[in-house]
Every structure is written in structure tokens, then in C-alpha cells.
Design a binder for this molecule. Sequence first.
Ligand SMILES: CC(C)(COP(=O)(O)OP(=O)(O)OC[C@H]1O[C@@H](n2cnc3c(N)ncnc32)[C@H](O)[C@@H]1OP(=O)(O)O)[C@@H](O)C(=O)NCCC(=O)NCCS
Length: 171
Amino acid sequence: MHNITIETERLILRPLTVKDAEAVFEWVSDERVSRYMVYNTYTSVDQVKEWLRYIETAAKDYHFGFVRKSDGKLIGSGSIGPSGKNGFWGFGYNFRYDCWGKGYATEAAKAMIKFAYDNFKIRKFAASHVEQNKASGRVMEKCGLHFVRYGEFQKLDGTLKMRSMEYEGEI
Ligand SMILES: CC(C)(COP(=O)(O)OP(=O)(O)OC[C@H]1O[C@@H](n2cnc3c(N)ncnc32)[C@H](O)[C@@H]1OP(=O)(O)O)[C@@H](O)C(=O)NCCC(=O)NCCS
């Protein structure tokens, strides 16, 4: 786990811990949020704890919880790291449903990209979304990435294969 905290205009990006399990469960158990994510919809807080323990101990990417400054509420999470090929860093994000459409994902993703550049001089970024998930594509574009090719999305457990759109960008 890292101990990095990043402040943006409206958000604090900070490490996630097992104590966040109940707040995280609220969105990862919501089918509207999980539909186009690689994880399956969570059905218990214990499953979330297991994931958070993995992040704390083993994850290679930098995972962040996104806290809204105005009320201190944890409203989403995301990660960035060297998961892409050819020196690209990949990133992703998800937010609780009642916080969509306010520019938070763009604000958080831009902050993660800046973090990667400031600390590791990473300039090349890649991300992808299920074709139907147009809002996520807009976030990627607003972060300076552009569509490069179609790919294949599948859930971590191999279920549900769908066409994805892959984006790349260099800052
Ligand atoms: C995708 C997601 C992170 C976007 O978060 P957000 O905070 O609403 O994103 P932003 O407000 O920063 O930007 C969304 C953009 O998409 C646009 N948008 C929203 N719905 C859209 C749609 N159906 N078609 C096209 N564009 C759409 C918005 O208008 C906005 O663009 P604009 O600023 O040019 O108007 C959020 O919907 C989410 O958590 N979804 C579930 C998890 C998920 O799918 N994560 C991404 C996996 S790749």
C-alpha cells in the first residue's frame, strides 16, 4: 500500500483501507455501477473487505479512494499503474451512482495522471471501456486520450465478453 494523498478542487484522493468496506459496498453492490466493470457485483461487505485487503498488501497499481471535500464522503475509487503494455500506464475509476454527471471522474482521473507524471515521469496512458459505456469514453477524451482500436472486455472471472474501445494518449 502507498501513503499518497492528492488534493484537487473538490476531491481528496487517498489510500483505501479495510475500514472503507461499507462505503465501498454501497457502489460495488449497485448493478448500475458494476455493469461495465471487471468485477462482479458484490453481494457482501466481507467480499469488499477481501478486495481491500488485497489492495493494502499486494496490488501493484496505485489505488485511491475519492473523497468529496464538501462533506468528507467516500464517493468512488480508481487506480493507475503500469498495467498497460509498451510503457503505457493504465487507469480506471468508478463512482457511486448518485455522484455521476458532475465531472468528478474527470477530476480524479486527471489527478491520477498528473501523479504518475510528477512522480514517475510517465507520459503514455491507456484506458478502455465497454463500447456502450460512452460516459467513460468522454472521461478518457477529457483526459487527453483518443480512441485507437476496438478490443475485448471480459469480467475478471471470464464471464461476459463484450466489445471494448481502447484509448491511448501521451501528455
Ligand atoms: C463512467 C463514470 C466514471 C463517469 O463518471 P462521471 O463523474 O459522471 O464523469 P464526468 O462527469 O467527469 O464526465 C462524464 C462525461 O460523459 C458524458 N456522458 C454521460 N453520459 C453519456 C452518454 N450516455 N453518452 C455520451 N456521453 C455521456 C457527460 O456529459 C460528460 O461529458 P461532458 O463533460 O463532455 O459533458 C461513472 O458513470 C461511473 O462510475 N460508471 C460506473 C463505473 C464505470 O463504468 N467505470 C468506468 C469503467 S471503464
